[in-house]
Design a protein around this ligand. Structure first.
Ligand code: NDP
Length: 270
């Protein structure tokens, strides 16, 4: 792709691992300079920086918990000091909790909402203010999930925050359109990252059964890679998507399109 991102500055939250890493590498591959936010894994962030530099790109790692406004404020200031501007913000940092709504401890509910939803709000507000003040537009892309639209048992706060991110994104798109700032969301399907790698590498019969069930639920019959999300983000971060704002782009191998019941064999019920 030549999306003409050369010279653009991108900030990717949670950019050191998993999908965020794939997004950071894809944007760097398109010529963007990348600020990589991480929460705790400085080692992983340093590895991404090294990989981008080895490919002739420019990247710097910055620590900040996106759920804490003061930390995001400090980080955005540091990124601006280092690069002078931010053209692209990718709200990727996110966590999951797997407990029923009636049982989840209140602190755990708070942690998911704080990271996923407040994180998106904190970063969008502070970077959005910078984009408006400097003029010339900008791009904000937030990573949602198929589970912002389709419920999954025991993922209560996760699903609720992802649905909220999508509406937040539409709202911000409307407010920032006069400033030519595009705001969109990418709703990701199941992607192989550290969260689920053990399941996909395991030879245990019960794990093989689980991943077969996941694969049969996806019409494309493949689990996605971080770069699949990276390429969708790079498109939305480019002027090829000039007139796209307030949209939710599903990158899920057809998961949310398909309501077909399937037998345990994977065959569809006629
Ligand atoms: P990982 O667990 O592999 O990575 C999560 C990343 O988020 C890490 O880089 C982590 O930083 C960062 N992070 C977590 N909490 C914070 C915080 N408070 N402040 C800053 N950074 C934080 O997850 P994925 O790559 O799988 O997920 C990335 C995004 O994609 C999430 O928003 C997730 O909901 C979404 N998604 C993932 C899917 C999947 O199948 N994997 C499917 C649909 C959506 P650190 O390394 O420093 O801990």
């Amino acid at each position: 792709m030549d999306l003409q991102l050369t010279g653009k500055v991108a900030l990717v939250t949670g950019g050191a691992r998993g999908i965020g890493r794939g997004i950071a590498l894809t944007l760097a591959g398109e010529g963007a300079k990348v600020a990589i936010d991480f929460a705790s894994r400085a080692d992983a962030a340093a590895e991404v920086v090294r990989k981008i530099e080895a490919g002739g790109g420019e990247a710097v790692a910055f620590q900040a918990d996106v759920g804490r406004y003061a930390e995001v404020d400090r980080m955005v200031g540091d990124v601006l000091k280092r690069f002078g501007r931010i053209d692209i913000l990718v709200n990727n940092a996110g966590i999951v909790s797997r407990k029923p709504i009636l049982e989840i401890p209140l602190e755990e509910w708070d942690r998911v909402v704080r990271t996923n939803l407040y994180g998106c709000f904190h970063c969008s507000r502070l970077v959005g203010r910078h984009m408006v003040a400097r003029g010339g537009g900008g791009k904000i892309v937030s990573i949602s999930s198929i589970h912002g639209r389709v419920a999954k048992a025991n993922l209560g706060p996760y699903c609720a925050t992802k649905a909220a991110i999508e509406m937040f994104s539409k709202q911000l798109a409307v407010e920032l359109a006069p400033h030519r700032i595009n705001v969109n969301a990418v709703a990701s399907g199941t992607i192989i990252t550290e969260i689920n790698l053990p399941l996909y590498q395991s030879a245990k019969p019960e794990d093989v059964e689980k991943r077969t069930a996941v694969l049969h639920r996806v019409p494309w019959r493949e689990i996605g890679q971080p770069e699949d999300i990276g390429r969708a983000v790079a498109f939305l971060a480019s002027d090829a998507a000039r007139y796209i704002t307030g949209a939710v782009l599903y990158v899920d191998g057809g998961y949310t399109a398909d309501g077909t019941p399937r037998l345990p064999s994977g065959a569809q019920v006629p």
